[in-house]
Design a protein around this ligand. Structure first.
Ligand code: TYC
Length: 103
């Protein structure tokens, strides 16, 4: 071995394997009372959606009964679902969001 050679040692340290955090879906549910435009306003304010994305999510919930809004960590999902429901409550609408673990 010359002075310039580098002795390559096999890596002995292994990174500890961290469990992936479980992901949660925020789900929007249809109701008969909340105005469509109000649902879009909430989706834009709480989930930072564009008008177009908000319209699509709102219409999907309107037609099918529910729609996944976002998938994220438990903390964020629960906070956003509550924030969005509070907007509805404040305005007197029964707007419903839940945070549910992904299978
Ligand atoms: N169904 C409501 C209406 O016709 C609109 C609406 C859409 C409400 C989606 C909630 O998650 C919802 N005014």
């Amino acid at each position: 071995m010359s002075d310039n050679d580098v002795a390559l040692k096999p890596k002995t340290k292994t990174k500890p394997k961290l469990d992936k955090p479980k992901l949660y879906k925020v789900i929007l549910f249809n109701d008969d009372f909340t105005p469509r435009e109000f649902v879009i306003v909430v989706l834009k304010a709480v989930f930072r959606m564009s008008e177009e994305a908000g319209y699509r999510v709102m219409m999907t919930a309107h037609k099918l009964g529910s729609c996944v809004v976002v998938v994220c960590t438990k903390d964020i999902a629960e906070t956003k679902a509550k924030e969005a429901m509070d907007f509805g409550k404040e305005a007197g609408y029964p707007l419903m969001f839940t945070a549910e673990p992904e299978e």
